[in-house]
Design a binder for this molecule. Structure first.
Ligand SMILES: [Zn+2]
Length: 142
């Protein structure tokens, strides 16, 4: 995730994200999902008068095409909130945040919309061409 978005989440939810070593290992498109989830978790903690320092995110990342959120301590309400965020991620493009579908390709799962997927494939083709050129001294022409 982009640095400015990461910093905004850190600033807005300092207790929750005090122990994050790796940042948010997702695309920018899931920022709103993570933000909504953070608000839900804060509300759950506040409404039950729990100690916020007990509830810190350990890791937030994409795995097998879905959002994964690991919290140091959880309860049923927090698990529920995380579950809903994961469901939301399964239909939200990880790149742009628009409506997306799960795509499985080459052993990788991701959630993407059509334009983002087309762009990703285009960039990868270009990278492959560049690699081939460097590797073999020849240039592939499509
Ligand atoms: Zn997209």
């Amino acid at each position: 995730m982009r640095d400015d978005l990461t910093q905004t989440l850190y600033n807005d939810f300092p207790a929750l994200y005090t122990g994050m070593c790796w940042g948010f290992e997702t695309g920018n498109g899931w920022y709103q999902i993570i933000r909504c989830l953070s608000i839900s978790i804060n509300n759950i903690i506040a409404s039950a008068s729990l100690d916020p320092s007990q509830f810190t995110a350990v890791q937030v990342k994409e795995k097998f095409g879905l959002l994964r959120v690991y919290i140091s301590t959880t309860n049923n309400a927090i698990q529920d909130a995380i579950y809903h965020a994961v469901q939301e991620s399964s239909r939200t493009c990880e790149m742009c945040g628009g409506p997306g579908v799960q795509i499985a390709r080459g052993g990788w799962m991701r959630v993407s919309c059509e334009p983002c997927e087309a762009e990703r494939v285009r960039i990868r083709r270009k990278d492959t061409r560049r690699y081939n050129r460097r590797d073999s001294g020849t240039m592939e022409v499509e």
